[in-house]
Design a protein around this ligand. Structure first.
Ligand SMILES: Nc1ncnc2c1ncn2[C@@H]1O[C@H](COP(=O)(O)OP(=O)(O)OP(=O)(O)O)[C@@H](O)[C@H]1O
Ligand SMILES: [Mg+2]
Length: 317
């Protein structure tokens, strides 16, 4: 049964459930721009903070940073640019308080200095710095598209959350994003499993139009069964969480279930549909007022939606 069907045991935003591990990292991504990634990052962060967790929301939208607006804070004096250009040594130093107790922001770079060309080492260092932050949860807001930095941030998280709109272009982009993280994870597993030539062979062969990520693994199993099965186990750990945003009808809600089925059937990927967000005018009103939605409109229909989503995320974390 999908997680979204568990509506009986809905948890209120005030109830605190202890996580198994102290420091959890979630990433919010999606194939397309404007699908609600920053809205989701900001409001999931607020939900967790209201529950008593210490939360750091980090804006990793390289080139379009605006998470601060969704959280209702002006651009902080120190941003990720200062870390990337080595003006400060640690991420903790650029962590800024917000109006919500327990919730802190690491604001994204407002210029392209050091960010657009973030190199592998810098990225690895940044990711390892996330582990040093003083927080129960770190939530990453990612940029649109399937750039390698974005894919790596997504894969590195304990929970990778995808937002999609119930419209064909967004759905297509979501599938593309899922395919890309799958391929990226395979490339990353290359070293771990010493699969180099086998992977290259399979990735080169996959260029045909109809091949799916599942076909790719089957090909690798065909060439090297032992390693292929280990790779399959590694890939089974990849369970992206899906949120369908801006729903207006029941059929919009059902799109999430269809996507779940399609991902399993054609990609061999367990997509976990964790909830939906209604289309609601309070969203743009809160953006216009530069205030966080859940704080500005505590009676918005989206409060229940976020409640359900956070419940499902904490259940699987
Ligand atoms: N559930 C909703 N109801 C109404 N409007 C919404 C909803 N979700 C998002 N929006 C509108 O869509 C806009 C884009 O949302 P948001 O900035 O969160 O998307 P994004 O995926 O982070 O975009 P980008 O890729 O540009 O960073 C919001 O400013 C808001 O106006
Ligand atoms: Mg955004």
């Amino acid at each position: 049964m999908s997680s979204i069907e568990n509506e009986n045991d809905q948890m209120s935003l005030g109830a605190k459930v202890a996580p198994e591990r102290k420091h959890k990292i979630w990433a919010v991504g999606g194939g397309k721009g404007g699908v609600g990634k920053s809205l989701v990052t900001a409001n999931l962060s607020i939900c967790l903070a209201l529950m008593g967790y210490k939360v750091v929301a980090i804006d990793l939208d390289l080139g379009g940073a605006n998470l601060h607006t969704c959280l209702g804070v002006p651009i902080p004096e120190k941003t990720l640019s200062d870390y990337l250009t080595k003006k400060v040594r640690s991420l903790q130093e650029i962590t800024t308080p917000t109006a919500t107790e327990n919730l802190f922001l690491i604001s994204g770079a407002q210029d392209d200095v050091g960010i657009a060309n973030m190199k592998h080492m810098q990225k690895a260092k940044l990711l390892s710095q996330l582990d040093t932050l003083d927080a129960d949860y770190v939530i990453m807001d990612l940029g649109a598209g399937t750039g390698l930095n974005t894919l790596d941030f997504f894969i590195s998280a304990d929970q990778g959350i995808l937002t999609a709109l119930p419209e064909p272009t967004s759905i297509e982009n979501t599938y593309r994003f899922i395919k890309s993280i799958y391929h990226r994870k395979i490339k990353n597993a290359e070293e771990l499993l010493e699969l180099g030539p086998t992977i290259d062979q399979a990735l080169n062969a996959k260029i045909s139009q109809n091949s799916t990520p599942a076909d790719l693994v089957t090909k690798i199993i065909g060439t090297n069964p032992q390693m292929g099965h280990r790779l399959k186990m590694e890939l089974n750990k990849l369970v992206p969480k899906l949120i369908v945003n801006q729903i207006r009808t029941q059929s919009d809600i059902d799109i999430g279930f269809s996507m779940q089925i399609i991902c399993k059937k054609y990609f061999g990927i367990n997509l976990d549909y964790i909830g939906y967000l209604e289309y609601d005018a309070t969203v743009w009103q809160s953006v216009k007022r530069r205030k966080p939605l859940l704080m500005e409109f505590p009676h918005s229909a989206l409060v229940n939606n976020f409640d359900q989503i956070i419940h499902n995320l904490l259940r699987v974390t």
